[in-house]
Each structure stands twice: as C-alpha cells, then as structure tokens.
Design a protein around this ligand. Structure first.
Ligand code: ATP
Ligand code: MG
Length: 359
C-alpha cells in the first residue's frame, strides 16, 4: 500500500525504477576501468617485490567490495612474504614511495608518521587515463582486508544492499557529508549503517547477521582470531540458503525511504551504538564506555568523538564514526530528514524526487 505508519510510499515505485534502471548503471565503473586499475596494481606490485621479494599488493575498499563508483580511489595493502625480514611500515612507506617516484609518473606523497602509515599516489588526467587515478598503499592491514571481504559477502547475498549503498555514496558526496577530515562519516561508516538497517531493523530482515550464523557442521569456528580480534564470519554462500533466505520483498525504493525514516526518526543518536555484529543491531553507548563525549590523545591533537557511534565489526573497541563532530552529526541528521521529507511528499512530481540528490 502507499501509506504505512502515516508515511507515504507513493514515490517508491518510481524511485525503484530510477535507481535500478538509470542510477546504478550510470555510476558503476565499466570493465575497462577495473582493467586499467588492475594493470596499475600489478605494476606497483612488481616495484614492491623489488623492495621485499615476494611482497603482494592486494586491493581492499570499494574496488574490492562491490561498492565502487566510477573513478573511485584504489585502496591497496602491501603484505610481505612470510619469510621476509620484518620492517616497519613507516620505513616501507619511504623506501617504496621513493621507488615509485623514480619509476612511474605517479605523483607521490608519503605519510610515514600517520596513525596508519600510507603512500598516496595520484596521476593527473591524460588521454590514457581520462579521469586520472588516485591510489593509497598501506601495509600489513589484515583487518581492512577482512572487513572488505565481509562487506563483499553481504553484497553478494542481496543486490538491494548495493543499490542502497551506491545511492548513499553519491548522495553523501553531493551533500558533502562524506568527509571524515571535515567532521562527517566515511563511506565505510555509511555502508555499516545500511547493513545494520537491512539485517536488524527490517522485519523480516533482508540480510542475515553473518557474524552470528554458524555452519551446521560447526566448521566456521576454525582459525578466527587475528591480533586479539575475532574475525570469523559465515562466508559459505553455497550453504547459506539452508540457514537464511529472506522473505522480505520490499523494493529498493521502499527500503531507501525507510532507511531515511529510521535514521531521522527512530535511531537514538544520544544513547545507541550501531553494531552490525550484535544480536539486536544496536548497543547502549554506556555498555561500551562511549557515553563519555570525547577524550584527548596524549598529544592533545586528535579528538575521539562519541557523538555518532558505529562499532567496527571486528575491532570492537574502535568507533568508525569517531571523526564525526557535533556539527557534523547535526548536518548529517538534517540531511537524513531532508531526504525523508522530499521522498515522502506525495504531491511532488516523479521528476521532483531527483531533488533529493541535487545540491
Ligand atoms: P570510497 O569509494 O568513497 O573510497 P570505500 O568503499 O573505499 O569508499 P572507504 O571509507 O574509503 O570506503 O574505506 C575503504 C576501506 O578502508 C574500507 O573498506 C575498510 O576496509 C577500511 N576503512 C576505512 N575507514 C575505516 C575505519 N574508520 N575503520 C576501519 N577500517 C576502515
Ligand atoms: Mg576507498
């Protein structure tokens, strides 16, 4: 029906049609872009191999999790061979960074002293690479690889997740609320909000909780700890149908409207933490000790904020939304409300729903 709990879903059919037949195909990268990026990755891997024989450069983030937009950055992580001499990431940043500078036409910026040391690479637009290319290289970040694989597994279970995530990525960038350096939330944070909504808020759920499903034969319990973090999750998609099959038939348009409803009216930003691995999808801030507003680091430079709390699925002591400031959260919530209002105004023309995405 068009009305549910006093909210008009009259635009849902048009919205779904727009999302699936126009929007998604127009924002995802074409195969040649993936190809060009993989070529660059292979070439950089050869250089990494010169620095430390057997080193691998593996993609993570959006190029590997199914949520990439056209021209998105490429996130790479360098892993040294098991028998290679141990070296500090900061040292590797400088050695590999200099080699890339000598051997390629990438513009290189090295951040050896960042919390997570990385090399930032950019190529300006040219005829070969019409939109240019940006790439970050980090080191030995196994957790990033595992959370990428978790997101990819969720993306493969139900295509409505990808539709919602791609829309939110474009929309949050247009509305300028996708910038952790300016007090708002990273793409990774928004993806966790969508997974929480589809796995825990929606009844019946669209997604299972992959961190709470176990194989009938108990095989999921093997080798699951890394650096003190439980990184196990159910990843056997062939066996999934016997454990979980969604009976939720809502369209992506309905789900998007309801996502905005939940995060503008229902979620309690003051007291709740978004936690996809938990039983209910939310935890009290108090339980995590995140009710204290912020703490200063020893150098009094970085503020860990607890205005918006989004628990990392593996690094449970880590608030993915720690960059979100009071003003940032106010802006984000205002944008959720604006989107909800536009999408649920029944008198608006079908073309008018496009207004939600325009600045
Ligand atoms: P975009 O296309 O906007 O670059 P993305 O999917 O690559 O989006 P990012 O926010 O750039 O998302 O994050 C890339 C990857 O880095 C994530 O998949 C995750 O593995 C890791 N990551 C990013 N932010 C965090 C964070 N705050 N905590 C832990 N891991 C993170
Ligand atoms: Mg990225």
């Amino acid at each position: 029906s068009l009305w549910r709990d006093g909210v008009s879903y009259a635009h849902a059919p048009d919205l779904t049609h727009y999302l699936e037949s126009t929007f998604v195909p127009s924002v995802v990268p074409q195969p040649d872009e993936y190809h060009a990026k993989d070529q660059a990755r292979q070439y950089l891997e050869k250089l990494a191999d010169q620095v430390s024989p057997g080193a691998k450069l593996l993609p993570f983030g959006s190029m590997a999790n199914g949520f990439a937009l056209k021209n998105s950055d490429m996130d790479l992580c360098c892993f040294l061979a098991k028998d290679a001499p141990v070296r500090e990431p900061s040292e590797l940043v400088e050695i590999l960074g200099r080699l890339i500078e000598q051997e390629t036409n990438f513009y290189v910026k090295m951040l050896p002293r960042a919390r997570i040391p990385i090399i930032k690479l950019t190529i300006p637009p040219s005829t070969d690479v019409p939109m240019g290319m940006a790439c970050d290289i980090g080191f030995e970040n196994r957790l990033a690889l595992e959370n990428t694989r978790l997101l990819l597994t969720y993306a493969m279970i139900d295509s409505r997740l990808r539709t919602l995530v791609l829309f939110l990525k474009v929309w949050t960038k247009r509305r300028k609320i996708n910038n952790p350096y300016r007090g708002t939330l990273s793409s990774y944070g928004y993806v966790l909000l969508v997974i929480q909504f589809l796995a825990h808020v929606k009844q019946p759920p669209v997604l299972p909780n992959l961190q709470r499903l176990s194989s009938p034969d108990g095989s999921a319990a093997e080798e699951t700890m890394f650096d003190g973090h439980d990184i196990s999750f159910f990843d056997d998609l062939d066996a999934l149908p016997s454990l979980f099959q969604t009976t939720n038939t809502e369209t992506s348009g309905e789900l998007l409207i309801d996502f905005f409803r939940y995060f503008s009216k229902e979620f309690n930003f003051t007291h709740q933490v978004v936690s996809i691995r938990s039983d209910k999808g939310v935890l009290p801030k108090l339980q995590k000790g995140w009710h204290v507003d912020f703490e200063f680091d020893p150098e009094l430079t970085v503020r860990d904020q607890h205005k918006l709390c989004v628990e990392d699925p593996f690094q449970l002591d880590y608030n993915v939304a720690r960059t979100v400031t009071r003003d940032g959260l106010y802006t984000i919530r205002g944008e959720f409300m604006r989107a909800f209002r536009i999408l649920t105004t029944p008198t608006r023309s079908p073309e008018g729903i496009g207004a939600v995405i325009n600045s």
